[in-house]
Design a protein around this ligand. Structure first.
Ligand code: ZN
Ligand code: ZN
Length: 371
């Protein structure tokens, strides 16, 4: 995968046209996935100002701290045609934003996850400019992945699948969740990720808490263990996959029964993905099956979230989202059943909507995995 395919230089021009069409004078983007999407620059978020000033028309400027200039120049950003301007420590960088705009901007779109101190400093530096969210413009560009982006997500999916495939090396009764989690984190890096973003090892009653991370609880024979793991690849694209394991011993009471319901619901929701089906309809496919089996109240969250340069992004597969799916949209399908104080289960695959259906980017078996 070539970096120019992943971060094509023409994205800036496309974003400028979309900015104008949205009635905005400029986008102002500090470090994060929007900046990386447009320029390929994986900037470090910090108190010093880094800001892409992208006017609806005219030359884009990347303002960076002087000490970050070598990193910015080594990134794909110069190849996109941005002019790089730097500011030494001890100087006020905000007037550089006004200068890069070259005049009153009218309305500016700020990166949705910009720090509040930067939002307020920009308000002071650009008096009279109305502030809106850049997400209004960038969401529509980012929601459909290019072939190169899908390839990057496929590579991320294969990397996290390789970690799940090794779970039997680490997950066994007598070890703590934290010990198992440390081994998993090392394997996530070994599998080619640049960063480990989260490691959930939720055993026994902890499996009933969807975002439990790890604890010093010792895994017991017969525990269901929910393992939800993900990281970011050097490409910038994220992985995220959940499997539920059984740590030896006998399956507890009703667990096998509701796991079968969950498994069928996850499979049915994946199979429902195709262009034109709405995001909320895919959620309903999983939710209706789980509800009919009597576990509706135990399915505590939406069915899925988009994924790309962010681990969670649009589209969200949730009641109330009538957006039709389109080819190139990539998202998780991750129903769960959580029985407070007892145990729980979740199955999660990343999938991409294709012109005629769906491709799973996680391909390890979704049946309960006895170890
Ligand atoms: Zn997950
Ligand atoms: Zn997820």
């Amino acid at each position: 995968m070539r970096i120019d395919d992943l971060y094509p230089p023409e994205r800036l021009a496309r974003a400028q046209r979309a900015t104008a069409a949205a009635g905005l004078g400029a986008l102002l983007l500090t470090p994060g996935s929007d900046l990386r999407y447009l320029t390929g620059y994986n900037a470090h978020a910090q108190e010093r100002l880094t800001c892409l000033v992208l006017p609806a028309e005219g030359e884009p400027t990347l303002i960076v701290p002087t000490l970050e200039r070598p990193a910015a120049e080594a990134s794909p950003a110069p190849g996109t045609g941005v002019r790089i301007v730097d500011h030494p420590d001890g100087t006020d960088p905000y007037p550089l934003v006004a200068r890069a705009l070259g005049g009153p901007a009218g309305t500016v779109g700020l990166g949705n996850r910009m720090w509040a101190e930067q939002v307020l400093a920009l308000r002071a530096a650009l008096p009279g400019a109305e502030q809106r969210l850049a997400g209004e413009v960038l969401r529509e560009l980012r929601i459909r992945k290019s072939d190169a982006e899908v390839a990057a997500l496929r590579e991320a999916g294969a990397a996290i699948d390789a970690v799940h495939a090794r779970m039997g090396e680490w997950l066994r009764p007598g070890r703590t969740e934290t010990e198992v989690g440390a081994d998993i984190a090392a394997a996530i890096r070994e599998a080619g990720h640049a960063t480990v973003d989260f490691v959930i090892v939720a055993s026994g009653p902890n499996a009933a808490s969807p975002h439990h991370e790890t604890s010093h609880r010792r895994i017991e024979a017969g525990d269901p263990v929910v393992v939800d793991i993900g990281g970011t690849m050097p490409s910038g694209y994220c992985s995220d996959s959940t499997r539920t394991y059984l740590a030896g011993g006998d399956v507890p009471g009703d667990f096998a029964g509701y796991y079968a319901v969950l498994h069928a619901a996850q499979r049915a929701a994946v199979a429902a993905v195709r262009p034109g089906v709405t995001a909320e309809a895919v959620d309903a496919v999983a939710r209706d099956l789980i509800t009919e089996a009597g576990y509706g109240a135990a399915f505590l969250h939406r069915t899925g979230h988009g994924i790309g340069l962010d681990g969670h992004e649009e589209p969200y597969l949730v009641t109330g989202n009538p957006r039709p799916l389109e080819p190139g949209m990539a998202f998780s399908i991750e129903p769960g059943i959580y029985l407070a104080g007892r145990h729980g289960a979740r199955i999660e695959d990343i999938v991409v909507c294709t012109p005629d259906g769906v491709e799973r980017l996680n391909t390890t078996a979704t049946e309960l995995v006895p170890l």
